[in-house]
Design a protein around this ligand. Sequence first.
Ligand SMILES: O=C(O)CCC(=O)C(=O)O
Ligand SMILES: [Fe+2]
Length: 203
Amino acid sequence: MALTSLPLPHANLLFDPTFLPTPVADTLLEQLMTEVAWEQRNIRIFGQEMPQPRLTAWYGDPAARYTYSGLTWDPLPWTPALLALRHRVEAATQTPFNSVLLNHYRDGRDSMGWHADDEPELGPAPAIASLSLGATRRFRLRPHPTHFRTQPAPAPLGLDLPHGSLLLMRAPTQQHWQHALPKTARPIGPRLNLTFRWVGPQT
Ligand SMILES: O=C(O)CCC(=O)C(=O)O
Ligand SMILES: [Fe+2]
């Protein structure tokens, strides 16, 4: 399939549910589960340190330093598998990326809370390509609470992100919407998500 536009107001979302052929996605899932330097880092929420409810890793060009939830991330050097995937995602999206944030949701108890990827390092008009592997999880989008005070807010959206799918979030999505990966009570296996980003000086 190809990237197809999703109709969401004040956003620019493109989705390909079958971006990677299943055998390619299967191999990558297994390889990344074992070769990536997964860590459970602490985040600071309202002044309190707590472990993130997922494992993470940050790979990229040496210049791609990133501050996020009060943590500074120095990228690990690209592995051959991640570099090949970056090139594949760049070709499909016609967008350059210099880094990737990997999230490993071990089961339905792992999650990501509501946020927008709007850190200054991402620039004023970020494009983020999100590749999913493993268990299908529901990705949720809701209108940014502070951005719809004077006009009616659009309805939230839930989107299942299957094994091998690619979601491209272009500007102005992060400006007007937040997203999250909620916990689920369903007994499910692990899921990996890779968000390719451009951080640092914009070209
Ligand atoms: O796991 C996902 O699908 C979302 C990840 C995400 O929002 C992020 O890494 O910023
Ligand atoms: Fe995000």
